[in-house]
Design a protein around this ligand. Structure first.
Ligand code: PLP
Length: 416
């Protein structure tokens, strides 16, 4: 057989077009293809592998569980692995942060949890509309896609995407847009034509939108605005959560408490699927079974999720991210900033950084050159013009610097 993927798999496949090799093995922050070629991984399973590929500690717990014939599939029946995850999450994540949330497990991918959150917000406030931000990515199923802004993704919907109003974020119009003032005016103007939303949803760091970390003050002002106007605040922490920004939840840096928090990707610990919505108890008003799904509560993911949290806490990963943030920031400022021209920019927080070339062709050239030099790295943002640096939080310092060196050399190559 020739290339079975090209021959038999749908045209919809995408990442494989950037890295057209067959991957076979992976460990930590390296991936090996079927010809034995090793790559440094700055893609990190799109954020699902914060603790690296095949993390030894988490793998041990998974293998132990599998060997024991413990229950794997149980929908939302009571199950021991789920109990242990919930207890651990309560005691080690929520209680130390004085957060009081009920946990809703959704079907396993991020978009499933977003659907659940917005459905619950609408049910609570009895308003159809939701505000989302331009540059947002919240998933590809119809409810989430209505929140997502990328034109090509929206065009795939095939129907009107409704009941969402997109608001310009503060970085709009060269950082001059007063988002909070605009929302207030719109809400209080009986001629704005925009109906009051049940919720405002945001990623505190827009990831697919091109790595825009919102300022603490903006997040606080938004929280206050939501309180004043009786609107729910939903934080989509699917990509920026799980210690990626240096604290377990990305909103901790602003000291705010959202009404709902959506987690997926790295909450599964090992790249196994798990998604959940944290919801303030008074909003927990779905009737039993009103939102449902066969793969809610996949027990192996409960095991890997608990092990992932244990690994994160035992290895002080939040502090490690803060330490590595400095390494990356210093490296980019010293070695890459001087190479950039005109409107090119570097942005980021924690271990999620973007180099914005303001030109999708240039960023793609850099990506291709990085791949030729054994670095797996992804693009994001408007016209895919942002090179997205998102290594595992566990990456060794020398490998991190090796990857950054590849980027530097290839930017030099492309921009010369
Ligand atoms: N929300 C954010 C912030 C994301 O980054 C993603 C995926 O990249 C999603 C939602 C959708 O998650 P999934 O692809 O698992 O449906």
């Amino acid at each position: 057989m020739g290339n079975v993927f090209e021959e038999f798999e749908s045209n919809v496949r995408s990442y494989c077009r950037k890295w057209p090799v067959e991957f076979s093995y992976a460990k930590g922050s390296t991936i090996i293809d079927s010809n034995g070629i090793k790559y440094i991984d700055f893609f990190n399973g799109a954020g699902a592998l914060n603790y690296g590929h095949n993390n030894e500690y988490i793998k041990g717990k998974i293998l132990e569980y599998l060997q024991s014939d413990a229950i794997i599939h149980s929908l939302d029946m009571y199950a021991s692995a789920k109990k242990e995850f919930i207890e651990y999450f309560e005691e080690n994540v929520l209680i130390p942060r004085k957060l009081n949330y009920k946990i809703m497990f959704s079907n396993p991918t991020g978009t499933n949890a977003i659907e659940m959150a917005i459905k619950l917000a609408r049910k609570n406030k009895k308003r159809n509309n939701i505000f989302a931000f331009m540059g947002a990515f919240h998933g590809m199923t119809l409810g989430s896609l209505a929140l997502t802004t990328e034109k090509a993704a929206r065009e795939g919907a095939g129907i009107n995407l409704e009941n969402v109003t997109h608001i310009a974020p503060p970085y709009y119009m060269d950082n001059t847009f007063d988002t909070i003032k605009y929302i207030k005016e719109v809400l209080n103007d009986d001629h704005s034509g925009i109906s009051k939303p049940s919720a405002i949803i945001l990623e505190t760091v827009q990831a697919e939108g091109g790595i825009y970390a919102f300022e603490k003050e903006f997040l606080r002002d938004l929280r206050k605005l939501c309180d004043d106007e009786d609107i729910l605040l939903i934080v989509d922490d699917i990509q920026a959560g799980c210690a990626r920004t240096g604290t377990f939840f990305s909103f901790e840096r602003a000291g705010i408490v959202p009404d709902m928090v959506v987690l997926s990707k790295s909450i599964g610990g090992y790249g196994l699927p798990l998604s959940m919505v944290l919801v303030k108890p008074e909003l927990d008003i779905f009737n039993p079974g009103e939102h449902n799904g066969t793969f809610r509560g996949f027990q192996l993911s409960m095991v890997s999720a608990k092990a992932g949290l244990e690994f994160m806490l035992n290895n002080h990963i939040e502090d490690e991210v803060k330490r590595k943030e400095k390494i990356v920031k210093e490296y980019l400022d010293k070695n890459i900033k001087p190479l950039l021209k005109d409107k090119m920019q570097i942005r980021g927080i924690g271990l999620m950084w973007g180099i914005d070339f303001n030109d999708g062709k240039l960023s793609r050239k850099v990506l291709d050159k990085c791949f030729e030099n054994n670095l797996i790295i992804e693009l994001a943002g408007r016209n895919d013009s942002v090179l997205k640096i998102m290594p595992a939080l566990t990456i060794e310092d020398d490998l991190l610097l090796e990857g950054l060196d590849i980027i530097k050399e290839q930017i030099k190559n492309v921009l010369k």
